[in-house]
Design a protein around this ligand. Structure first.
Ligand code: AMP
Length: 281
């Protein structure tokens, strides 16, 4: 175990990355908003396997929060995060202040069309502009060769893939599998906000979409299987099912073609917490 160096300015970050690049070392970056769990660590471990140098960024990006209350409630735990990252270990933690990323006069927005528009894009206006802008900046700041993202945020992963292709950003995007709790609940910093009773029910989201995907593969109609999943989620005590959709896995457009890769994506509210999940179909 070795302690990662923590840097807070782009200048200090570049001093490290310039030296690494000059030595011919490959660099992997794992962008996060902190409050780290095993899902984040699995990304860092994948980067550790592939790259000579690993950077984890910790930055709660205000630009991607469409809901100000959500931003205020976002957990911060830098010391615990650093201790977890030391177990991987990563080489460097980049944890800039807000002004370092968005200094006075900042005026540029990166908008990815198409894939960012439905689902999360519709429910969270501006969210993917914030993601695409900060990810573009983090790639420029870190000069990374590879970027690691979780399939947990499937649409985000597709947005980032589109972004690097469309803007010729020389970063290879690696999508890593969703890490789950024993009951199937996808690990998320937001899970900490569930009550004990809510936490006990939360696994139903994954169970319901898994059952729907199985039924569809077995020949049931898409619409019927999705309706049953929504009913099961509501019956378990979720306040609201925002969407359950079967989409083309890459474009996120509606797809009724079982021959092309499809993804079932869902968002639902429990205990006032918005949970999302997705699986292949
Ligand atoms: P966040 O800190 O929530 O912005 O997440 C940072 C990265 O970790 C994103 O690429 C997420 O998709 C990924 N991530 C979050 N939770 C999980 C999980 N349960 N399994 C795999 N990756 C995850």
């Amino acid at each position: 175990m070795s302690t990662p160096v923590i840097v807070r300015t782009v200048e200090a970050l570049r001093a490290h990355t310039r030296a690494w690049r000059a030595a011919g070392e490959s660099i992997g970056v794992v962008p996060t908003m902190g409050a780290l769990h095993d899902g984040h660590l699995s990304l860092a471990r994948a980067a550790r396997r592939d790259c000579a140098r690993v950077i984890t960024t910790i930055f709660v990006n205000p630009m991607q929060f469409n809901n100000p209350e959500d931003l205020l409630k976002y957990p911060h735990s830098e010391e615990a995060d650093a201790a977890l990252l030391a177990t991987v270990p990563v080489d460097l933690i980049f944890a800039p202040a807000r002004e370092e990323v968005y200094p006075d006069g900042f005026k540029t927005v990166v908008t990815v069309g198409g894939v960012s528009e439905p689902l999360e894009g519709r429910m969270r206006p501006g969210h993917f502009d914030g993601v695409a802008t900060v990810v573009t900046k983090l790639f420029g700041m870190t000069m990374a060769d590879r970027g690691y993202f979780g399939q947990k945020d499937w649409q985000q992963l597709q947005v980032v893939q589109r972004l690097v292709r469309d803007l010729n950003i020389p970063v290879q995007i690696i999508g890593c599998e969703t890490i789950r709790e024993a009951d199937g609940l996808a690990m998320s910093s937001r899970n900490l906000r569930l009550t004990e009773a809510g936490r006990a029910k939360a696994g139903v989201l994954y169970a319901a979409i898994t059952a729907a995907a199985e039924d569809i593969r077995a020949g049931q109609s898409d619409r019927m299987a999705i309706r049953e999943a929504a009913e099961a989620i509501r019956a378990a005590g979720f306040e609201r099912v925002e969407y359950i959709e079967l989409r083309d896995a890459a474009t996120l457009m509606p797809s009724d073609d079982p021959a092309s890769p499809r993804r079932m994506l869902a968002a639902a509210w429990l205990d006032g917490v918005r949970l999302i999940d997705n699986i292949p179909v």
